[in-house]
Write a protein that binds this ligand. Structure first.
Ligand code: HEM
Length: 128
């Protein structure tokens, strides 16, 4: 069943994770690509907590709208949300060696930064 916390995401990324072309990037397929990239596991919680600002390309489509962060999510809510977006919409079939996030792990991964700093972290991933 969907993570309760996904309710705050679905207005933009849509209940089926498909996003809206040119406005909100898809999470279906794309979250698996992020997690399969080196550094992706640490990057993903940074986006959710702090947001993201900068021009990105997902598939053949460009996005350049800022995403707000959700710093008030608890560690448990954040772990639950990450595990949901990692495995929903067929992402589970695309993942290599995924272990569910725990609240304890997420506590160590969340760091406060600006959306532009999160964008700088994204540039270090080797996203295909
Ligand atoms: C980007 C997840 C809420 C709009 C992203 C990315 C992820 C994500 C993982 C990064 C994609 C990448 O680096 O390639 C989530 C989750 C949410 C959420 C889990 C709920 C906690 C929202 C909301 C909005 C939104 C509410 C709209 C108000 C966007 C936009 C981008 C983005 C526009 C691209 C930002 C850019 O181009 O710099 N989201 N999101 N997201 N999200 Fe969200």
């Amino acid at each position: 069943s969907p993570s309760q916390a996904y309710a705050v995401c679905q207005g933009c990324h849509q209940p089926n994770g498909a996003g809206v072309a040119g406005a909100f990037p898809p999470l279906a397929g794309h979250v698996a690509d992020i997690l399969n990239a080196k550094g992706g596991r640490a990057y993903l919680p940074l986006v959710i907590v702090n947001g993201l600002q900068g021009s990105i390309r997902v598939g053949a489509t460009n996005y350049n709208t800022p995403m707000p962060g959700f710093p008030s999510l608890s560690d448990a809510q954040l772990a639950d949300l990450l595990n949901y977006i990692a495995t929903a919409w067929g992402n589970d079939r695309l993942l290599k060696d995924f272990k569910p996030y725990t609240a304890d792990e997420v506590k160590g991964l969340r760091k406060q930064m600006t959306p532009a700093q999160v964008y700088a972290e994204r540039a270090k991933l080797e996203l295909k």
